[in-house]
Write a protein that binds this ligand. Structure first.
Ligand SMILES: [Cu+2]
Length: 121
């Protein structure tokens, strides 16, 4: 009888912990936002640069640049960052972000092949 009680108590405890973990997971998923930013990336080096640098921005979970469309897809925690701020970060790397222009200083520091007027290659 006593073992049965202890066993039931343990099962209830495990169930409670499991529910809590599920809640936390749900909360984390709800907190994730996905944004798409049109960039002026040109080549594979741009892709590497953008994906690498943007991964260090606050709250960013994943970054991917589409080779064809040059659209940067970023998943981030919405309580840690904003789309405006992420766009600004893209301009600071030297690329246009939607309607925002690349920061001149960063843009000038890019290799010639990564400048937006470079021929596609
Ligand atoms: Cu490039």
């Amino acid at each position: 009888m006593k073992t049965k009680l202890i066993l039931s108590a343990m099962i209830i405890m495990f169930a409670a912990v499991g529910l809590q973990a599920q809640d936390k997971k749900k909360k984390n998923e709800n907190n994730l936002e996905t944004v798409e930013i049109q960039t002026s990336a040109v080549c594979g080096m741009c892709k590497e640069r953008l994906e690498h640098d943007m991964a260090f921005e606050k709250g960013v979970k994943s970054v991917e640049l589409n080779n064809e469309t040059k659209v940067l897809t970023i998943k981030y925690k919405k309580d840690k960052n904003t789309k405006e701020n992420l766009k600004k970060a893209v301009t600071k790397i030297g690329y246009d972000a939607d309607e925002m222009q690349a920061e001149l200083k960063a843009y000038n520091a890019l290799p010639a092949c990564c400048k937006k007027d470079a021929a596609p290659h």
